[in-house]
Design a protein around this ligand. Structure first.
Ligand SMILES: Cc1cc2nc3c(=O)[nH]c(=O)nc-3n(C[C@H](O)[C@H](O)[C@H](O)COP(=O)(O)OP(=O)(O)OC[C@H]3O[C@@H](n4cnc5c(N)ncnc54)[C@H](O)[C@@H]3O)c2cc1C
Length: 394
């Protein structure tokens, strides 16, 4: 029994994802990492289970799950393979949600059913080489030319950018006004068949090696005018708003990575013998396990409390950043402890914990670094304190 009070449906989704992850993901995760191999067949399998349409309503052929069910599934998938979880998190939290929430009827009808079925994988292109944390300073330009927009610029760090059929791209439409911030940036639906769309650098990463990360160059890329999402000039607001949701997904991924390291450590402690007994009998090692388990449970509880608030329609910017910050720093800490518990064997690729540690690191970086989460939490906390005359009961 866990601390979360789950409905029958939530337990069913959790079980489905756990069985799938244990059966299909865990056994080959190390091999995919060593070969830096994105596994399209794995995406097809997950699509057959409905995991590519978890947050897409049934009218567009998705499962229409609540936020908590989605996050429970993501955690289980991340226990099996963190790269599968990031693919699901980006696809489900960002491009599909942006089309659902801000797209028009025709865009929803065109893209969502095929994305729910997993025929089209979605990606998210906000970052640029010179615009990371400061996304509002992005430079890619979109200029209207008749019934097209012409895009020029470089998008960086696009997760599975070479595997995606639908890429939600933020570009500056108000090119006359160099003001930074949310004004003047719009969102476009790109597809790789567009003229002037080029995949360039594939990053050689420390972790998440089976999830390709691409640079995309847009060179006079002609995008039909009906690919503009929502209102012109609102693109950054849409992207940052969607990240409230995305950050919960990354928190779930981090909890899953940490749990994989905890489970591996618990097994190893009872098998490894030194000084004539299992290292599990040493209190110093037991205390590590106790702290790992406690932090993971705290992270999951914060995450699901934030998700439940989101489900009730509350604004969760502060709690979503808290969940992302705490869960990802927990994942980094827990995986580092796991390597320590394994000793020298933790430092080599024969065992999975060094991969968990490499995979955990990036969760503190993408969808807003830990520093950016702290900035958001401080800003939101100050605002909440001002609004509540200084008292902050929750
Ligand atoms: C594997 C991977 C996958 C990614 N996938 C995607 C994707 O699919 N789509 C996408 O759009 N982007 C993606 N990103 C980009 C990611 O979101 C950025 O890397 C991240 O936002 C940080 O930007 P940056 O790397 O430019 O670092 P910078 O913004 O240059 O930050 C460098 C350092 O300075 C700190 N810093 C910056 N500003 C402040 C400040 N105001 N106060 C205090 N400290 C500050 C940062 O916290 C960091 O420690 C991905 C990145 C990686 C590594």
């Amino acid at each position: 029994m866990g601390l979360l009070h789950l409905t029958d449906t939530q337990q069913e989704i959790q079980r489905l994802a756990r069985d799938y992850a244990q059966r299909e993901l865990t056994p080959l995760a190390g091999e995919r990492d060593r070969e830096s191999r994105f596994d399209r067949a794995m995406i097809t399998q997950m699509a057959e289970l409905g995991f590519l349409g978890m947050l897409i309503p049934e009218q567009y052929e998705g499962l229409g799950l609540d936020a908590q069910s989605y996050l429970l599934a993501l955690e289980e998938i991340a226990v099996g393979d963190a790269t599968a979880a990031v693919t699901l998190s980006v696809h489900n939290s960002l491009p599909t949600q942006m089309i659902l929430n801000f797209g028009n009827d025709a865009q929803r009808q065109t893209y969502l059913p095929r994305m729910a079925r997993g025929e089209w994988l979605g990606a998210f292109a906000l970052s640029e080489p010179e615009a990371g944390s400061d996304a509002g300073s992005l430079r890619t330009q979109a200029v209207r030319d008749g019934d097209h927009w012409v895009l020029n610029g470089t998008k960086a760090w696009v997760s599975h950018g070479n595997e995606a059929q639908v890429i939600l791209c933020m570009a500056r439409t108000d090119t006359a006004d160099a003001r930074r911030g949310s004004k003047g940036i719009s969102t476009f639906i790109l597809t790789p068949d567009l003229p002037g769309f080029h995949l360039t650098k594939k990053e050689n990463k420390m972790g998440l090696r089976a999830s390709p990360t691409l640079q995309i160059v847009l060179d006079n890329c002609r995008v039909p005018a009906d690919r503009l999402v929502g209102e012109e000039g609102k693109g950054l607001t849409y992207a940052l708003g969607s990240l409230d949701h995305g950050r919960l997904g990354i928190a779930a991924q981090a909890v899953g990575i940490a749990r994989a390291a905890l489970e591996a450590s618990a097994r190893y402690m009872t098998e490894r013998k030194q000084f004539g007994k299992a290292i599990a009998e040493f209190q110093a090692i037991q205390f590590k396990l106790a702290d790992m388990a406690t932090r993971i449970t705290a992270a999951r509880t914060l995450l699901h409390t934030a998700a439940a608030a989101k489900e009730r329609g509350e604004r969760v910017t502060r709690f979503s950043s808290m969940a992302k910050l705490f869960a990802t720093e927990t994942a980094m800490w827990v995986t580092t402890q796991a390597v320590q518990i394994y000793g020298g064997y933790g430092y080599v690729t024969d065992y999975p914990v060094e991969r968990h540690m490499r995979d955990a690191k990036v969760t503190e970086i993408y969808e807003g670094t830990s520093e950016i989460q702290r900035i958001v939490i401080a800003r939101e906390t100050l605002a909440a304190a001002a609004a509540a005359d200084g008292s902050l009961p929750d």
